[in-house]
Write a protein that binds this ligand. Structure first.
Ligand code: IPM
Ligand code: MG
Length: 350
């Protein structure tokens, strides 16, 4: 990059501001010559600007080299019409910036096996990557309310993918698998859904370009079962938007805590939005209880995937491991560190 990289910081709602503040401290400590600009998003933006994704916030996100995102969601706004709810901010960013590829790694940190909902010996083997398609599926299909001929209220959300959308995310899946253990599982529901049958056909077509990758197809219900039965058997998973949403939350609990998992959402050129996969957690917001590790690890993913700073990213990952190895834990992991103390521990490990 031949200019000072501009990072948009969108802290959002609930615990979002607390955890992004820790990620920002870690980035500052590394002296990477980054510039930062903050903007409100989600419920926080609705409060000040009347919209969860105000034009200025969207413009900053477009201008920035990368986006560090906290979380959106605020029960105070659950009664608003759908297009004004906080969640629309992240959906709008994904759509407007064409962030179609969502990378959600799930790896057990040594020492956290006991925090996993699984038996430690099963949890220990987890090292997988979920590649979730992010701009299609029921999330963005036609949706609405109508009244049936019998006079009943009916809601509908159309599931759809075209072959280009499937092929480009399949390609990300295969390329990711090539850099890992070369095993790819494509998750669908082809026994019931036509969208999934097309998905499966297209994934098989793309597979011809990646003969070194061992490809398997799995129905989503079976995948949910295998994820708790033998998660260590998975390497790379590629799946659609809705199934990926569900399976990535499930994978997070297998790893110990949703508070540990970062994510990257990338466009075709590698520009990305980086966010912890946990939500805004309004129940613990403002209390200094949130685990900042997912946000800090998201910052590391940003350095690696969008800014070409892999060495600095490795340093952050190692510092998180070091803090955990010293027994530093927030409440979600059974410890008593505050958000800031956990951030301090990571800083000390840099
Ligand atoms: C996620 C979240 C979002 C999603 C919500 C907040 C819209 O659950 O990033 O997984 O469903 O994609
Ligand atoms: Mg989710």
């Amino acid at each position: 990059m031949n200019h000072t990289p501009l990072i948009a910081i969108l802290p959002g709602d609930g615990i979002g501001p607390e955890v992004t503040a820790e990620a920002r401290r870690v980035l500052d400590a590394l002296n990477l010559g980054l510039t930062f600009e903050d903007a409100p998003v989600g419920g926080a933006a609705y409060r000040v600007a009347g919209h969860p994704l105000p034009p200025d916030t969207l413009a900053l996100a477009k201008r920035a080299d990368a986006i560090l995102f906290g979380a959106v969601g605020d029960p105070a706004f659950d009664g608003l019409e759908r297009n004004l709810r906080p969640e629309q901010a992240i959906l709008g960013l994904r759509r407007e910036l064409a962030l179609f590829a969502n990378l959600r790694p799930a790896k057990i940190f040594p020492g956290l096996e006991d925090a996993s909902a699984l038996k430690p010996e099963i949890a220990r083997a987890i090292d997988l990557m979920i590649i979730r398609e992010l701009t299609g599926d029921v999330y963005f299909g036609e949706k609405g309310r109508r009244v049936t001929r019998k006079g009943l209220r009916e809601g509908y959300d159309q599931m759809r993918y075209d072959e280009v959308e499937v092929a480009r995310i399949a390609r990300v899946g295969f390329e990711t698998a090539m850099r890992r253990r070369r095993k790819l599982v494509s998750v669908d529901k082809a026994n019931v859904l036509e969208t999934s049958q097309l998905w499966r056909d297209v994934v098989n077509e793309v597979a011809r370009d990646f003969p070194q990758v061992e490809l398997a197809h799995m129905y989503v219900d079976n995948a949910a079962m295998q994820l708790v039965r033998a998660p260590g058997a998975f390497d790379t998973i590629v799946t659609g938007n809705l199934f990926g949403d569900i399976l990535s939350d499930q994978a997070s609990m297998c790893v110990g805590s949703i508070g540990m998992l970062p994510s990257a959402s990338l466009d075709e050129n590698g520009k990305g939005l980086y966010e912890p996969i946990h939500g805004s957690a309004p129940d613990i917001a403002g209390q200094g209880k949130a685990n900042p590790c997912a946000a800090i690890l998201s910052a590391a993913m940003m350095l690696r995937h969008s800014l070409g700073m892999a060495a600095a990213a490795d340093r952050i990952d190692a510092a998180v491991s070091a803090a955990l190895a010293l027994g530093k834990r927030t409440a979600d992991l059974g410890g008593d560190c505050s958000t800031q103390e956990m951030g301090d521990a990571v800083l000390a490990g840099l």
